[in-house]
Design a protein around this ligand. Structure first.
Ligand code: ADP
Length: 311
């Protein structure tokens, strides 16, 4: 077990920013921490990175209490905060060297690690340029590089792709996947972009109003929350179809009849698209094509919170 949060709580006066959050992150896992702005993600991450102290609960990393062993635990953690903290007049290479020195590296080992990290963040060509000339995305990559200098086992990224160019965004997503795949790094990836969490993370922890409201793989969340999938069937003309008959088929929750198609909301637990297509044919309808869309994290979020992630 890499990380365990036990009833973690942070209060500001009477306001509770993080409310009794408990979760476990396995070694080698990428966990997405997903939630709208103000949900409590940064506060959670800041407590894990020791920049904020909890008002209640406990954080355990690799089985040890963070409160009791902060220095030992910090050696295995890399933190990429939302705010970029680099030395602008220095080059990318000098910045990485500086952070390497902070972690106690020197001489050849430091040089080697800087080279490795420059390769990981894809900035070997630009290593001599001053960071002040870099785009927001390139600065963010140096920021990630700084967190990698001490070869962490646990990497925590707080909204790493906010406000940066698509190329750097893709590079960051690929870097996270690669660090996990090739080095077995455990990653906590905070974001309010559900596409990113879906693309990168094995499990998602959904937060809202400081509370952890759902946790699991996309399939587990769909299953446990009873989220509905959408089956769209093209039929010409759809006028022959009777909504009431279709609504009686297993798993069907709602049917919309459009001029040349049916849009069916289906509980994947109770019914299957194949079963419905068969039933439609047996009732004399001729489906010409169909599309089946599984509920994504956006739909799941909407269903558990009643609001969109982008609000
Ligand atoms: P997220 O990262 O999900 O956008 P945050 O963890 O930054 O959310 O914030 C959670 C809530 O805590 C927000 O409502 C925010 O206004 C509040 N908050 C954060 N920091 C402070 C603070 N220093 N004092 C009072 N309230 C705060």
């Amino acid at each position: 077990m890499m990380l365990e949060l036990i009833n973690l709580t942070k209060k500001y006066g009477r306001y509770t920013a993080v409310d009794n959050v408990s979760l476990k992150v396995e070694d080698g896992e990428i966990l997405g921490l997903l939630g709208p702005n103000g949900a409590g993600k940064s506060t959670t991450v800041s407590m894990i990175s020791t920049t904020l102290s909890p008002t209640g609960g406990e954080i355990r990393i690799s089985g040890k209490s963070l409160h009791k062993h902060p220095l030992e635990i910090k050696k295995i953690m890399g933190i990429v905060p939302q705010d970029i903290a680099l030395y602008e007049p220095l080059s990318a290479r000098d910045n990485l060297e500086f952070f390497g020195c902070l972690y106690g590296l020197s001489g050849k080992a430091l040089g080697r690690r800087v080279d490795e990290v420059l390769e990981i963040i894809g900035l070997q060509d630009k290593q001599k340029q001053d960071v002040s000339q870099f785009s927001g995305g390139m600065k963010r990559r140096v920021n990630i590089g700084a967190a990698l200098m001490n070869s962490p086992r646990l990497l925590i990224l707080d909204e790493p792709t906010v406000g940066i160019d698509p190329q750097s965004r893709n590079h960051i997503l690929e870097t996270v996947r690669r660090l996990n795949r090739e080095r077995g790094m455990t990653v906590i990836y905070t974001s309010h972009y559900m596409e990113e969490v879906e693309a990168v993370c094995q499990r998602a922890a959904i937060m809202d109003h400081g509370k952890l409201i759902a946790l699991g793989t996309k399939d587990e969340l769909r299953e446990s929350l009873g989220v509905l999938d959408t089956l769209t069937v093209d039929i010409q003309p759809s006028g022959q179809a009777k909504a009431a008959d279709i609504e009686n088929l297993p798993g069907v929750r709602r049917v919309a009849l459009e001029p040349d198609r049916l849009v069916i909301l289906l509980s994947p637990k109770e019914g299957s698209p194949i079963g419905i297509l068969d039933a439609l044919k047996q009732s004399g309808l001729q489906p010409t094509s169909f599309k089946y869309e599984e509920a994504n994290l956006e739909h799941i979020f909407l269903q558990v919170t009643g609001k969109s992630l982008r609000d």
